[in-house]
Write a new protein. Sequence first.
Length: 465
Amino acid sequence: MGEAKRRELARHRSSVALDTFGGRIHVEWDPSAAVTPLGQLPFFIEFLKVSGLLDAWVADCRLIYQSNYAPDKGEVLVTFLLSILAGHHRYAHITAIRQDGIHPELLGVKQLVPEDAARGALKKLDESAGKEWLDRHLSKTTQPLLTTPWILDLDATVKCLYGQQEGAVVGYNPKKPSRHSHSYHNSALMANTRLALRVDVMAGNETAPLHSMPGIWAWLDSLPRNERPVLLRGDVAYGNESVLREAETRDQPYLSKLKLTSNVKALIKKLFRQSGWEDAGQGWEGMEDSLTLSGWTRARRVVVLRRKLTGEMLLTGKDEPQGKFAFIEGDVPTARYEYAVLVTSTAHPILTLAQLYRDRADSENNFDELKNQWGWGGFTTQDLARCQLMARMVALVYNWWTLFVRLAQPHKHFEAISSRPPIAAWRRHANPPWRTDSTDNYQHACQAVGDTGNSDKSGQLSGNV
């Protein structure tokens, strides 16, 4: 770091006052302090306190202990909160944060519970009551946004398992076909906001939409008409008669992709040499038609998209032995195209529909982040009930953190790998009202979320929350 940069940072070493569950603290910018995990949490804790999210979540929990030696339910939930924020994937990782003497106090609890107590707490919760409790608080994170036009992305992912857990069966897994797994139906994502609306954990052989869509339709039916999505968007798994028919029954606009079956390929051949292909953006061109596939109850509007391939290509069959390749040179006077066929109930032009479906690819980033950076790929137990609860809990904390980071950077989503680890060093001076001895001060790293060198941004963040 240059001398000019250091002098600029030194001028901005003003303290920021934060209200936490353990009292009022002050945070100062210190570019030379050591960086520690979870250092940015004083700001996030103030966000939870001011918003009332944590208090309501704990108060609404139906976890009840009878023993006088049992932990407080607030300690249990705070333990889960800190473990998820630390990026843990296993209950055993809770041991790594149990010696934290800072954040439990700021979150209003005396201590963190061991991993066995955490697992046991989930086992004490009734599955249906626990799912209802977490779904209710998950909906609170997105409810105010539903009155604005939004798109519902539908998809599912697979979590590989290594034991004999309930629901661990071999199902659809393109990368590890013989591996037992659970199916995560992250059945509802709010496009562009990166917020999770619903999640269900099912057996590994229940990846098809027919297993998850009944819950989605029931949830959509419970929403007022002005809060329903303006578009339901899914991949090829959702371009089937059962999903499309249910959407049309509810007058719900949809956009999905079709598998390249023989009838779909016949339509592509029919349109190939016709004129009138329109620009669909990013090198694609499209043409619309109506199509009635076998099994469909009616004709539907479809859009055929194609893009010309350039350069050299190397082709080989899936079942051919290694070494049998076919080269196609770039100077061969032959037009080569890749195709995609969309089905929709909307009246949007071809360019708009093509871009809307390309934007759907962003939902894949949600799965990657939640599985690899937040814990959807772990927290596995022998029973499926606790996996259901932990999947919802991870989604809830993920939504809280996403909203918190968006206060600092409203126009861009930062994944946990860049927003959660501290990238700016802070010195926290803990002087609660009952503590005046300066020897009780300690150093701690804290991140001004979304900004690495401007302490004014931290003041803005504190003011926003």
